[in-house]
Ligand binder design. Structure first.
Ligand code: ATP
Ligand code: MG
Length: 392
């Protein structure tokens, strides 16, 4: 009957009345990134089938879909004990060939009409495996491998292992957000965490041509491409906004030490306008409480003030090393670490204020036509759809 993937989710199962919405979103997301597969809902599980065996592509894709706790690539059969035993022995043989020697059988019986209880089936299959492969031994406490069996209303599934999914909630169930994506280490990680909590993202990037070149923009595209591999449909919309005119205007008109906070406030206003027109309800940044001027509590409060939307900062209390570790794990670190110029560093003042006062900032902004700057930035917006494989 070939192999199928049995997809398990846990957090979703706890969500009471919302459970069905979450399951539907997860099924939709799996279908969207694996269009060649047949995806069906079963009680507490999602089954993914292809025309052939479940291969590496499906495995690596499932490992990145938020909401999936773990999954197994299983062989499916009927309720005949002989067939279940044959598949279990085949699985055990493969483990044995990889040098593993102790095992246990773990059965889940969802289909209660099956005549043997879980423990009884586990014991029976364990014996059959030992008989066929006497080199093996049973170890229920700390086995080298587990033969998994699920008895379900649509058949019996035998599998050699559980593979990790990324956990979290299916992207899309928590609504839509705008990620402020720089070329740095933090913002892609913040985006990953927001998607993991079910927020579907589009990315806004501010560039400073000609101070930032095509290499910088390509770096951001690469980061968006990696993010697309975790998104609900394998794509991320990237909105690139040339910000140089605004930065120059700010630099000319406001005291040097306030220019960073004021630049950020304009970015927030622009991002909020984008969010409004995209029906997004939250802004996501990679900021973190730290020593850098743009990221003190005082400055963040002054920056937030201009956004009518909720602003979330998933990394707010991370240590840099924790962020780096996660960036490595999700695959963005090497790209983020490339040393290309970044739009903010080009216009960063020598001694930015670490505790800008609301009154001082508002006063400085009076010498600018903020609305006009926001319109200029929005007029420069260029949109592209980034797919896992590149720009489409
Ligand atoms: P990152 O590594 O994400 O760049 P950082 O620690 O370097 O963060 P900053 O450069 O102060 O910190 O930026 C703080 C946050 O502001 C970023 O995480 C990002 O969300 C947003 N941001 C900064 N620069 C840009 C930009 N050019 N385009 C879009 N968002 C930006
Ligand atoms: Mg940065």
């Amino acid at each position: 009957m070939g192999t199928v993937a049995i997809v398990r989710y846990s957090e979703i199962a706890l969500k009471g009345r919302n459970r069905s919405t979450f399951e539907q979103q997860l099924v939709k997301n799996i279908r969207s990134v694996l269009p060649e597969s047949r995806v069906t809902r079963r009680p507490g599980r999602i089954i993914v089938r292809g025309d052939e065996e479940v291969g590496e592509t499906v495995r690596s894709r499932l490992a990145k879909i938020f909401g999936i706790q773990n999954f197994s690539v299983a062989e499916a059969t009927d309720y005949d004990i002989e067939n279940i035993a044959r598949l279990s022995i085949k699985t055990a043989k493969e483990h044995l060939q990889s040098g593993r020697s102790s095992f246990k059988v773990s059965t889940k019986r969802e289909f209660k009409k099956f005549p043997l209880k879980s423990m009884e089936l586990s014991a029976m299959i364990g014996e059959r495996v030992l008989k066929a492969l006497p080199q093996l031994r049973v170890d229920v406490k700390n086995p080298d491998f587990i033969i998994g069996i699920e008895v379900r209303s649509d058949g019996v599934f035998v599998f050699p292992e559980k593979l990790q999914g990324p956990g979290g909630l299916p992207t899309g169930v928590s609504g839509k957000g705008v990620l402020l994506l720089s070329g740095g280490i933090d913002s892609p990680v913040a985006g990953y965490l927001a998607m993991k909590r079910g927020i579907s993202l589009l990315a806004v990037h501010f560039s400073s041509p000609p101070y930032t070149g095509v290499r910088s923009l390509n770096k951001v595209r690469d980061l968006a491409r990696i993010m697309a591999s975790y998104s609900e449909n394998g794509t991320v919309e990237l909105l690139n906004i040339a910000f140089t005119d605004c930065q120059i205007a700010v630099k000319k008109a406001v005291p040097d030490k306030l220019s960073l906070v004021i630049q950020r406030r304009i970015m927030m206003r622009v991002a909020s306008r984008v969010a409004e027109s995209e029906k997004a309800e939250v802004l996501v940044t990679g900021e973190n409480v730290g020593q850098v001027a743009s990221q003190t509590l005082k400055n963040m409060a002054v920056i937030d003030e201009v956004s009518p939307l909720l602003v979330i900062r998933p990394l707010i209390c991370f240590d840099k090393l924790e962020t780096i570790e996660l960036a490595r794990k999700i695959g963005t670190y090497d790209t983020s670490a490339l040393p290309y110029e970044d739009s903010c560093t080009v216009f960063i003042p020598a001694e930015p204020a670490t505790g800008a006062s609301r009154a001082g900032v508002k006063d400085a902004e009076n010498s600018l036509n903020v609305d006009e700057l926001v319109s200029i930035a929005l007029g420069n917006l260029e949109r592209e759809t980034i797919t896992e494989d590149g720009v489409s």
